[in-house]
Design a binder for this molecule. Sequence first.
Ligand code: FCB
Length: 445
Amino acid sequence: MTATAAGWRKDFTWGVSTSSYQIEGAHDEDGRKPSIWDTRCRIAGKIGGGDTGDVACDHYHRYPEDIALMAGLGLDAYRFSVAWPRVLPRGKGAPNEKGLAFYDRLIDALLEAGIEPWLCLYHWDLPQALHDIGGWAVRDSAGWFADYAALAARRYGDRVKKWITFNEFAVFTLFGYAIDWSAPGITDRDTHLKVIHNVNRAHGMGVDVIRSLVPGAAIGAVHNRQAVWPEKDTDADRAAAALLHEHWNLAFPDPQLLGCYPPILGEAIEPYVQGGDMAQICRPIDFFGLNHYGPIFAKEEPDSTWGFAWGSPPDDAPKSEIGWAVWPDAFRDELIDLCKTYKLPVVVTENGCGGHLDAPDASGKVHDAHRVKYLELYTAKMREAMEKGADVRGYFVWSLLDNFEWGSGYGPRFGLVHVDYATQKRTPKDSYAWYRSFITAAKAK
Ligand code: FCB
């Protein structure tokens, strides 16, 4: 499947992505209990500005307005995540009817607007109650996830046919269990290894559950993948980059799709692998979800959990306002490489541009030329990758709305729509108008 010279494939899926904790708010409403992110937001110094997701974009109440904004873009699809602690407040056991009903309303309203729901089960908000009994570090966690997946599949599988197990396995496990940048903020090598393996097992069990309960489901997983380059051209930084590459790019796709861990990590993880695990992890899926922003840089850091740390892009590298490297060629190369390595259709489930200066001007307009430029460059490179044979089936912008950007709080803004957090007023930015025209043109050709 490649793009024809005349235009984008007619069945190409254009969408936007969000996640539960980043937009929903209503943190203690209708029976929702805390996730590990609610807990982290209450620890002084962990989140920029001391922010929390308590209210976020108040999407829990304003979802009809947000769906109207999606409809205005002419989208085919919307990727959202279910908050596990909303539907199973204690993580397992008794479901919460009011929490389940929220996603019924959301899904029904999307379908009514002609927008296909793409449901992601885990975008980082593990119920705190499960963390308290060991969380992802204990083998039982894979079963808890499978039970949660079954609950969601039974409830929504009649209307939802696109299913995603996890969002960015590598990010939440590395940042949460080796680097203290994400919940739960543990920095321990053995815990991290157990977590990697159990999350992989949970993915495989989740795939089986969805496959058996949802006829006609297309099932995928969302992986962050981007080139990892050494900050300096030294042996030490090259070794740091090689190890971070295994953690960042291979630790999940390789076992899930090729049936084995990458070499360095494989040796470390061996003590935690039991008979039958690798077969349980490596289950057939239907698409590879790629989240890609730009390349990352590694440097040696002997005192860290793994001996590497985050490096900086070169001074002269093009960067977004929030300092992330902008490197569209690396996106094209990633798409081509992915298709060759894993031989699955790819859906770009996140791509977008962060800024902290977006704000309405005197006339109330938000001119985010930096984001329009980024999206133009990246969609052009996606097109080039398709012309070179990459089987790309869809593209989702991160994000519909400005939202809670994890450890950075509300500082960075990624939305096509500006959110005034004091009033919850939504203002479509110039990039919103750009994406609408882009989709219209792509469909017209
Ligand atoms: C990704 C996350 C998403 C958002 C974007 C900017 O790593 O999946 O939730 O924070 O980055």
